[in-house]
Design a protein. Structure first.
Length: 235
């Protein structure tokens, strides 16, 4: 919610409900944000789901664009049940791609519900992906950072069209590590927020913690295996 506005801001006012990106990354009750990267929060979108949307959707779309995912292609997403993977699966399916999503045993039905073909990560993954996609996968999006890059290279027959957002070994393997400035399109965020309010895409909340438990939330995030987004709230 807008608490104060600058002198040159004329399209927002105090009390407006918005979502978007802060100028700095932090855990805080108040944050500075540029008006240009804020979108109105639809009435049908609650605050926890609104908080989960901006970073994940922007990151997912940026990687899908880097990969050039097109209708009819098969995309393999590692970590499909996480905060980024959850959005990436749905946005890729919306583009007309077939998605194979890896996740733990407990998240197979969840990944399927997002529109992907679910697959348990782990032993013999390359063989099991090939059984699902005998014609091969066209691109790979690694959101997990759990050692899946070598298998992805085998599946692709090289490093082309593989992007990771989580495995820092990417450069030594010749794979793109997605980083750099986000696009932060308020117009696109407003569109996705309205779609989320209507039910698609789903922004799944894995856990909600009060701001005082930020350290606990960070530990849970660092541990991995989270379904959806971890959100901090203030009274």
């Amino acid at each position: 919610m807008v608490d104060a506005v600058g002198e040159d801001v004329d399209h927002l006012k105090v009390g407006d409900e918005v979502l978007g990106w802060s100028d700095t990354g932090s855990y805080a009750q108040y944050a500075l944000a540029s008006a240009a990267v804020l979108a109105p929060k639809p009435a049908g979108l609650d605050w926890t789901r609104a908080a989960a949307l901006p970073v994940a959707s922007d990151g997912a779309e940026r990687v899908l664009d880097l990969l050039g995912v097109a209708p009819g292609e098969t995309l393999l997403i590692h970590g499909a049940s996480g905060a980024l993977g959850t959005i990436a699966v749905q946005l890729a399916v919306a583009r007309g791609a077939r998605v194979i999503g890896t996740a733990g045993p407990a998240n197979q039905e969840y990944v399927t519900s997002l529109g992907a073909t679910a697959l348990v990560y782990g032993d013999n993954l390359v063989q099991r992906v090939r059984e699902l996609a005998p014609d091969g996968v066209d691109a790979v999006f690694d959101t997990a950072g759990k050692g899946a890059l070598e298998g992805s290279i085998t599946l692709r027959g090289g490093t082309d069209r593989i992007v990771t957002t989580a495995d820092f070994r990417a450069r030594e393997l010749g794979i793109v590590f997605a980083e750099g400035p986000q696009r932060r399109s308020a117009a696109r965020l407003a569109e996705l927020a309205q779609q989320a309010a209507d039910g698609t895409p789903v922004t799944t909340i894995g856990a909600v913690h009060p701001l005082a438990e930020a350290a606990k939330a960070q530990q849970a995030s660092d541990g991995g295996h989270n379904r959806g987004k971890i959100v901090l709230t203030v009274d």
